[in-house]
Design a protein around this ligand. Structure first.
Ligand code: SF4
Ligand code: MG
Length: 323
């Protein structure tokens, strides 16, 4: 597959201010993430809240400045772009938020919200703008008469359609969707996910689909990256990951999922202990404080990422026991 996105060693540490002006240990929100996504592919990113998945998405889009690491989109190293070039490049990368209500200006009609995007990034004339807005609304399953309405006049699902329309207006190559359906009712979730799948079929953009919900990620993703404490601990083709999770953390996450066939039910792995603080991650394997298989080695030696052969392609696991 043609690679669109390459992320290497992406790191984001947030400084923490202690009392009386002292500086505490930084929060290692993202701590050396490597991943790639192909053109037209959906890469899911899963993990518990606080694992760094949203920060990863924002650092990739350079909405926050990474502490270290490289992000290349379609061969362009984003760190090498000046402010004006980055602004121009940005139209190729869009973000869809969890809560469309918070990301849409309540005082603006749909028309004004969408017009603003086109005015900022294109030199389309008035008629072309109107036409483009009519088209995009239709594309996301709304109609032209919705253009004069305000966000509060829509349902949650419709509002998410509007934010998807806004993200797609400029024909992006990459869309980072951060928990895009988590705030919606389950019945509406399916409609929005199906819409996103259809749009990808039609326009061929790459999705980075961030979610804590494994069922949703399984349904939409071609491959899945599992994050724990700012790192990718496992990355595999979706079918491989769900059929045969290799990392003990992935196994624990999946064992909590309901399965239709009781014979296929895995032994439930219950994680003990809370997620450690990302400002003071455990030494060695960061998962060792909760891992049922941890050995002495895990407490001192950080596991390298191993590349294994999966049924549907190479897969990566950061665990001493992977081989
Ligand atoms: Fe568990 Fe050790 Fe593997 Fe970490 S390296 S996941 S602690 S077995
Ligand atoms: Mg988040």
């Amino acid at each position: 597959m043609d690679t669109l996105l390459t992320v290497e060693g992406l790191t984001k540490h947030f400084p923490v201010r202690g009392g009386w002006g002292r500086t505490g240990a930084p929060v290692r929100a993202v701590d050396g993430v490597d991943l790639t996504a192909g053109r037209g592919e959906t890469l899911g990113i899963v993990g518990e809240s606080g694992c760094g998945k949203s920060t990863t998405g924002r650092a990739i889009l350079r909405l926050i400045e990474p502490t270290a690491g490289t992000v290349r989109v379609d061969g362009t190293d984003l760190a090498g772009l000046g402010p004006a070039e980055l602004r121009r490049f940005r139209r190729r990368m869009q973000l869809v938020f969890q809560d469309p209500y918070a990301s849409l200006d309540p005082r603006w009609t749909v028309e004004r919200t969408l017009t603003e995007v086109l005015r900022t990034h294109t030199d389309l004339g008035r008629d072309a703008v109107r036409e483009r807005i009519g088209d995009i609304l239709e594309t996301v399953g709304l109609s032209a008469h919705h253009r004069s309405r305000y966000p509060h006049e829509f349902s949650g699902g419709q509002r998410q359609r509007i934010s998807i329309a806004r993200a797609l207006l400029l024909n992006p190559d990459l869309v980072v969707a951060d928990e895009p359906v988590s705030a919606l009712d389950v019945s509406v979730q399916a409609q929005v996910i199906n819409l996103m799948k259809d749009l990808q079929q039609e326009f061929g953009m790459t999705y980075l689909f961030i979610s804590h919900d494994l069922s949703v990620v399984r349904f939409i993703s071609d491959r899945v990256a599992v994050m724990y404490l700012g790192r990718v601990v496992e990355l595999a083709d979706t079918a491989d990951l769900f059929a045969d999770p290799k990392h003990p953390y992935t196994r624990a996450l999946l064992s909590a999922l309901p399965v239709p066939d009781p014979a296929a039910r895995r032994e439930r792995v219950v994680l003990t202990g809370d997620l450690p603080s990302p400002s003071d991650p455990p030494a060695g394997c960061a998962f060792h404080t909760r891992c049922p298989l941890a050995t002495e080695r895990c407490r001192v030696e950080r596991p390298e990422t191993r590349v294994l052969a999966g049924e549907s392609g190479p897969r990566e696991v950061a665990c001493h026991l992977a081989e």
